[in-house]
Design a protein around this ligand. Structure first.
Ligand SMILES: Cc1cc2nc3c(=O)[nH]c(=O)nc-3n(C[C@H](O)[C@H](O)[C@H](O)COP(=O)(O)OP(=O)(O)OC[C@H]3O[C@@H](n4cnc5c(N)ncnc54)[C@H](O)[C@@H]3O)c2cc1C
Length: 504
C-alpha cells in the first residue's frame, strides 16, 4: 500500500465521505431494508479506510489505536451510521482476526477487504439470548479438520451485507450438553459450505444504511477458522468487547462534536423575539452541556488511545470499559435530544440531522451491553471490592482506586457517605451511574496534564459536579416503589366524578 501520512489519509477519507454524502444524500435518508446497495457502499469505502485496521505486513496501513480512534471520530462527524459501520468492521471483526486469527485464514481475509471491498461483522446475539449471551444455543461439533456450526443469530450489524462473520457458539460435549465456554469462528459467507442465510430483514427505526435481521447458520468451516484464545473463549470475548466499548468513544466524540457544531450554527443564525437564540440563557445552558459532553468524550478518547492497542489484554478492563460505554452513549443521546430541542420543528424532519440523530444514537444505549445492566455491574464490582477490603465510605474507597483518585478528591464533599451493601438493583444502577461519572471525570482530569483548552475542562468538571450532586441526592432519598401487577383494575379516571367543577 502506498505510503502516506496517516493523519492526512484520515482527512482525505473524511472529505471523501462528506462529498459522497452530498452527492448521494440517500445514503443517510433512505431506509434500506437490506442495507445500502453495494455501489453506494463502494462510494463510502473508495479510499479503503479499513486499511487502517489491517497490519502493514498484509498490505494494510497498520494504524495505531490512536489512528483508529481518529478515523472513527472523523467518519462519525460526517455520519454516525457510516462511523458505526467502520466500528463494526474494525473493532468487532478486523482487530479480533488480527489478534486471535490463525495465519492460514488471514491472508485471504485481508486481501478480500483490500481488493474487493469486503465487509465483516460479529454475531453474538440470539433471539432468546441477548443480555444473557453466555447462555447462547448456537453450537458446533468438530469432525476431523472441520467444524459444523449451527444456530440462529439476530441483530448482527451488516446482516446480509457482510462477507465475513465472527460467529460465537458452544461446543457439543460427548454427553450432548453444551460446554460452558464460548468459541469464536470466522465464517466466509461467500463459500458454498459456509452457509449463513437471512430468514428475515428487520424494519429498523434508525441507522438506515446498516441492515439487521435474523440469520440461520449452518456452516461447515475449516478448523483453522477458529479464533485461538490465550486462555478461554469467554476471556477472548471480554477482551474484544471491552476494547470495542472503549473504542466507541471515537464514534461518540465525532457524533457529539457534530451535534455541538450544528447547535452553535443554528442558534447563531436563528432569531426569535428579535434576538439570536444564542442570547437566551436556557439556550446557552444547553450549549454548555453539549460542550461538556464534547470535553468528556475527548477525555475518553485520550484515555482509550493509551490503553486499547490490540497488544494490550483488556479482559480485566470491565470497570472502565462498562463505565465509559454507558456514560458516553447516554451523552450521545442527550446531545441529540438537545440539538432537536434547539432546532425546533425544523429538526423533526427525516432529512434533518437532528431528528435522525435522536433515533440513530438510541440503540448505542442498548447494544454492546444494555446501559442499565452496565451501570448495575459497575456498582456490583465496586461494592464487592469495598466489602472485601472493609470500606463503607464511598470517598474512602474511590480515593485509593487508581481510576478515580483525582475525581474522588475533587468531589470529596459530595461523595463522602456510607453505602448500603444490601441495596436493591435500582439503587445500584444509580450508584453505578455515580461511579461511572467519577471514572470519566478522572479521564477528564487527565486533560489538565495536556494543552487541551483548560476552560473546557473546568466547565466539564463543573457540569459533572452538578450532575453528581443531583444523582447522589436522588440515591439517598429514593424509596422503593413496587410494580402494581393488576394496574388495569380501578384505574380508568372516566368512571369517577370530578371533585371540583368550575362554573362558567
Ligand atoms: C442497532 C442494534 C445493533 C446491534 N448490533 C449487534 C451486533 O452487531 N452483533 C450482535 O451480536 N448483536 C447486536 N445487537 C444486539 C444487542 O447486543 C442486543 O439487543 C442487546 O445485547 C440486548 O439484548 P436483547 O435485545 O435480547 O434484550 P434483553 O436481553 O431482552 O434485554 C432487554 C432489556 O431488559 C433489561 N435487562 C436485561 N437484563 C437485565 C438485568 N440483568 N438487569 C436489569 N435489567 C435487565 C435491560 O433494560 C435491557 O435493555 C444490536 C442491537 C441493536 C438494536
Amino acid at each position: 500500500m502506498e505510503k502516506q501520512n496517516i493523519e492526512s489519509f484520515i482527512n482525505e477519507c473524511q472529505l471523501a465521505l462528506r462529498n459522497a454524502l452530498t452527492t448521494y444524500p440517500e445514503i443517510e435518508t433512505t431506509n434500506y431494508l437490506q442495507g445500502l446497495p453495494k455501489e453506494l457502499v463502494e462510494k463510502i469505502f473508495r479510499l479503503k479506510p479499513l486499511s487502517l485496521f489491517i497490519p502493514e505486513s498484509y498490505g494494510g496501513r497498520g494504524g495505531t489505536a490512536r489512528h483508529r480512534l481518529a478515523l472513527l471520530e472523523a467518519i462519525s462527524y460526517e455520519s454516525i451510521g457510516v462511523g458505526l459501520m467502520m466500528g463494526i468492521n474494525g473493532s468487532l471483526f478486523l482487530e479480533p482476526v488480527s489478534k486471535y486469527g490463525q495465519e492460514e485464514t488471514k491472508t485471504d481475509i485481508y486481501n478480500s477487504f483490500l481488493n474487493s471491498s469486503s465487509l465483516g461483522g460479529l454475531m453474538i446475539t440470539e433471539p432468546d439470548f441477548g443480555t444473557d449471551a453466555l447462555s447462547m444455543r448456537t453450537s458446533y461439533s468438530q469432525i476431523g479438520n472441520h467444524v459444523h456450526l449451527k444456530g440462529a443469530k439476530h441483530w448482527g450489524g451488516l446482516t446480509g451485507l457482510a462477507d465475513f462473520w465472527i460467529v460465537t457458539g458452544r461446543k457439543i460435549k460427548p454427553n450432548n450438553k453444551l460446554a460452558r465456554d464460548i468459541d469464536l469462528f470466522v465464517v466466509d459467507r461467500n463459500k458454498r459450505e459456509q452457509k449463513i442465510s437471512v430468514d428475515e430483514y428487520y424494519h429498523k427505526l434508525g441507522l438506515f444504511l446498516i441492515p439487521y435481521g435474523l440469520n440461520n447458520i449452518d456452516a461447515r468451516i475449516p478448523a483453522t477458522s477458529r479464533l485461538i484464545p490465550k486462555t478461554s473463549g469467554i476471556k477472548l470475548m471480554m477482551d474484544l468487547l471491552h476494547r470495542s466499548r472503549l473504542r466507541l468513544s471515537g464514534i461518540g466524540l465525532g457524533f457529539i462534536k457534530r451535534m455541538l457544531d450544528e447547535a452553535v450554527n443554528h442558534c447563531r443564525q436563528r432569531y426569535v423575539g428579535g434576538k439570536s437564540l444564542m442570547a437566551y440563557d436556557q439556550v446557552q445552558h444547553r450549549i454548555s452541556l453539549l460542550q461538556a459532553c464534547f470535553t468528556v468524550s475527548s477525555a475518553m478518547c485520550h484515555y482509550t488511545a493509551g490503553v486499547s492497542s490490540i497488544r494490550n489484554d483488556l479482559t480485566s478492563y470491565a470497570l472502565q470499559a462498562n463505565a465509559a460505554k454507558s456514560v458516553l452513549t447516554d451523552m450521545m443521546h442527550d446531545s441529540a435530544q438537545s440539538l432537536l430541542q434547539l432546532t425546533g420543528a425544523k429538526g423533526y424532519r427525516r432529512d434533518h440531522i437532528a431528528g435522525r440523530a435522536v433515533v440513530d444514537s438510541r440503540p448505542f444505549q442498548i447494544f454492546e451491553g444494555s446501559n442499565d445492566v452496565m451501570y448495575s455491574q459497575v456498582a456490583d464490582y465496586v461494592l464487592k471490592k469495598m466489602k472485601k477490603s472493609k470500606y463503607r465510605n464511598l470517598y474512602d474507597f474511590l480515593n485509593q482506586l487508581e481510576l478515580t483518585t483525582n475525581a474522588a478528591d475533587h468531589f470529596k464533599d459530595v461523595i463522602s457517605f456510607d453505602l448500603n451493601f444490601s441495596s436493591v438493583q435500582r439503587a445500584r444502577v444509580k450508584l453505578g451511574k455515580i461511579i461511572a461519572k467519577l471514572i470519566t471525570a478522572n479521564f477528564t482530569f487527565n486533560l489538565y496534564e495536556t494543552d487541551f483548552q483548560e476552560d473546557l475542562v473546568d466547565n466539564a468538571l463543573e457540569v459533572i459536579g452538578n450532575e453528581l450532586a443531583s444523582m447522589i441526592s436522588s440515591l439517598k432519598q429514593s424509596r422503593l416503589v413496587s410494580v402494581v401487577e393488576n394496574y388495569s383494575e380501578n384505574s380508568d379516571w372516566k368512571l369517577y366524578q370530578p371533585l371540583t367543577t368550575a362554573i362558567v
